[in-house]
Design a protein around this ligand. Structure first.
Ligand code: DAH
Length: 344
């Protein structure tokens, strides 16, 4: 029996020395010390011993059990240490390695220009208005005094979502001017708004044309608004956008929804008005269309033209951005080439 116990201990120690995981150690523990384990089996045979032999054998059995229990704890600690070493090796982080850079984007030149213009007008007390890009023919044309068969509709051919060129038809707006009507219809006076947004025309893409581009519309309606107010507001705007020395010039023009109408030029940002390649020797560059809101347009939108008057203006934002940054081809603005966009 003594011999058996010695053998059990020896085998147990050997097995524990080789154990590579906590699970293996637990299995060994059950096999030797468990209820159906080897030591228990031996203890069960104690009854066969004489009364004198029993205490000595019991003592040896208990010692073997204690030795094995200690050895198990030791083996467990060893395995844990090994596992930790493996984890540390696998999960090692080289803190000297360069981190993952998340390149920070920045604003598109068009967005920069839009925000700048918005800021200038907000500084003058204007609010920002919005209107739908998918628009009724009524707002895009009819309510702006452009009736069904008006030739101006050919110049602004667009994409029709439903029908074509009649009052109830739906189209992609060709200008931001319909927002004027939508704001006036709300009937809250006085009005002082600017509205930037996308517009659409069935144009071929080239260096100065794109079927989608951006405009910014402005509208002021109140009592006693005159052409003097229009000129003053737009001259201040031009100075803020292009610099204090910028001069403006108004040329008579025609738009169906304003009367009188004009186009406003600003002194060339490149030569300051002397005449150069950029302004083709003119000294001035065309910036926007404007005029006094046509009485018919006021009336159609529910505003009494005998009591109120107003002015409106509209400009192409790609053109402003191109002038501002000396961009010679409009297509650069849409190509999303990071090398190009980074410059602004
Ligand atoms: N909507 C015109 C266009 O797309 C631009 C324009 C001209 C807007 C005169 C206006 C204006 O508000 O008064 O060509």
């Amino acid at each position: 029996m003594k011999e058996q116990l010695r053998k059990i201990k020896e085998d147990a120690f050997a097995a524990l020395n080789n154990a590579a995981s906590a699970k293996e150690i637990d299995d060994i523990k059950v096999k030797i010390l468990g209820k159906k384990g080897e030591i228990t089996a031996i203890l069960k045979q104690m009854g066969k011993l004489s009364a004198e032999e029993r205490p000595a054998m019991g003592k040896i059995a208990n010692e073997v059990r204690a030795d094995i229990e200690n050895k198990i704890e030791e083996a467990k600690a060893k395995v844990k240490e090994k596992e930790l070493a493996v984890r540390l090796a696998v999960e090692e982080i080289d803190i000297t390695m360069p981190g993952n850079k998340n390149p920070l984007g920045h604003k598109h030149p068009l967005s920069i220009v839009i925000e700048e213009i918005e800021d200038i007008f907000m500084g003058m007390g204007y609010e920002i208005a919005e209107g739908p890009e998918v628009e009724l023919d009524y707002y895009n044309f009819q309510a702006l005094n452009i009736p069904e068969n008006h030739p101006a509709k050919d110049e602004q051919d667009t994409f029709y979502v439903k029908g074509g060129k009649k009052k109830g038809d739906i189209l992609l707006r060709t200008q931001t001017s319909p927002v004027q009507v939508r704001v006036m219809e709300k009937g809250k006076l006085p009005i002082r708004i600017v509205c930037p947004g996308k517009v659409y025309r069935a144009d071929e893409v080239d260096a100065t044309h794109s079927p989608i581009f951006h405009q910014l519309e402005g509208l002021v309606v109140d009592e006693n608004i005159t052409m003097g107010d229009l000129k003053g507001a737009l001259a201040v705007f031009a100075k803020e956008l292009f610099g204090e020395d910028t001069k403006v010039r108004f040329r008579p023009h025609h738009f169906p929804f304003t009367e009188p109408s004009a186009e406003m030029d600003v002194t060339c940002f490149a030569c300051g008005g002397k005449g150069c390649r950029v302004c083709k020797g003119e000294g001035y560059i065309e910036l926007l269309g404007c005029g006094m809101v046509h009485p018919k347009v006021l009336k159609m939108s529910g505003i009494d033209p005998d009591k109120y008057s107003g002015f409106a203006f509209g400009m192409g934002l790609e053109r402003v951005a191109m002038q501002r940054y000396g961009i010679t081809d409009l297509r650069y603005l849409y190509e999303n080439d990071v090398k190009f966009l980074k410059q602004f």
